[in-house]
Write a protein that binds this ligand. Structure first.
Ligand code: 2RA
Length: 331
């Protein structure tokens, strides 16, 4: 299997390489791809050294799978070229997510939508993936009417330069400002750019991608996305209104029985999900499960996951594994 990783030097690209090595996918040839400034540099993968190449060189090597994490512009320009050259493209940008010609996949939820003919597959936004992992089993049993989500997002979601800004601020060092304000000791209600409806693109991704992945446009979703100086993962406070009645035992059982969800919820011993715990793990952690007494059929949850793993790299590699296992990939 020839696998290209486009954006191999970015935080998600590096995490994709790590997860590929962990998941022991049979790779005969790894093709790390990055911008011209990185071409020729070496990366280590499973104790082997690989030289970074540019997109055209990677395309010419005809990879079977191309895992993209290089932004929407490159995805729009190159995904179809790689697909036309025989690759299955799994793209981590927003380029294809809301395009009705392409599928938006969280394997535990909707991998069964995939067929041999799907050559470009969209990987959801990190804050969406962890949200829908918890919503899906509950929607199946109790039918969700409305979701209100507030996110507390790791600085790693913005990228390596923002992490550097935080580290500089913590060490009282000057450096490039990715954000217009200090990140250290701050909470910035501004993830991605503002759109003309006063919501950010991040907030609209949560609204729009959730409906597509759950295949239900009737679900009302409203979001506030906040950036906080945390490294390990995204946290989300989620309020859900169901169509149907529920009891908390049924809620816990539905979550507990869903692959990829781990319940951490025992307030008597201060047990609940936190980014320092979720970091480096692939599960989505759910806690603070409690009824919302202010409305009929209301529930509150606290959801935490490593945004670089289940939020990006692990989900993408899971899709690749599914394609290989279903023999949808020419090797
Ligand atoms: C963020 N979800 O956290 C976005 C992109 N990774 O900034």
């Amino acid at each position: 299997m020839k696998i290209a990783v486009v954006g191999a030097t970015g935080l998600v690209g590096q995490k994709i390489l790590q997860v590929l090595a962990e998941q022991n996918i049979e790779i005969d040839q790894l093709i790390p791809v990055a911008s011209e400034k990185s071409v020729g540099k070496e990366i280590k993968f499973k104790n082997e050294a690989y030289k970074i190449v540019n997109l055209q060189t990677a395309l010419d090597q005809k990879p079977n799978i191309a895992l993209f994490s290089a932004g929407g512009k490159i995805a729009l320009e190159w995904s179809q070229k790689f697909a036309a050259n025989g690759a299955k493209v799994i793209d981590n940008s927003s380029a294809w997510r809301m395009n009705s010609d392409y599928k938006l996949i969280v394997p535990e939820i909707n991998a069964d939508q995939l067929t041999k003919s799907d050559n470009i597959i969209a990987n959801p936004n990190c804050s969406t993936s962890q949200l829908v992992m918890a919503l899906y089993p509950l929607h199946q049993k109790f039918k969700i009417k409305r979701v209100i989500v507030s996110t507390y997002q790791s600085i790693t979601g913005t990228g390596v330069q923002a992490v550097q800004q935080l580290e500089n601020e913590m060490n009282n060092q000057k450096g490039k400002m990715v954000y217009p304000y200090p990140i250290h000791q701050n909470a910035i209600p501004h993830c991605d750019v503002f759109t003309d409806n006063d919501y950010t693109k991040e907030e609209m991704k949560l609204t729009n991608e959730t409906k597509k992945i759950l295949s239900d446009d009737s679900i009302q979703v409203v979001a506030t996305a906040v950036r906080i100086p945390v490294m390990g993962g995204h946290s989300e406070s989620v309020n859900i209104e169901f169509e149907n009645e529920f009891d908390l035992k049924e809620i816990r059982s539905a979550l507990n029985n869903f692959e990829g969800i781990k319940i951490l919820d025992n307030t008597s011993v201060n047990t609940y999900p936190m980014p320092i715990y979720a970091e480096g793990k692939d599960d989505v952690f759910v806690g603070r499960i409690r009824r919302d007494f202010s409305i009929k059929n209301g529930l509150n949850l606290w959801i935490v996951a490593d945004n670089l793993r289940k939020g990006a790299a692990t989900n993408a590699v899971q899709i690749a594994k599914y394609l290989i296992d279903q023999q949808f990939v020419k090797s």
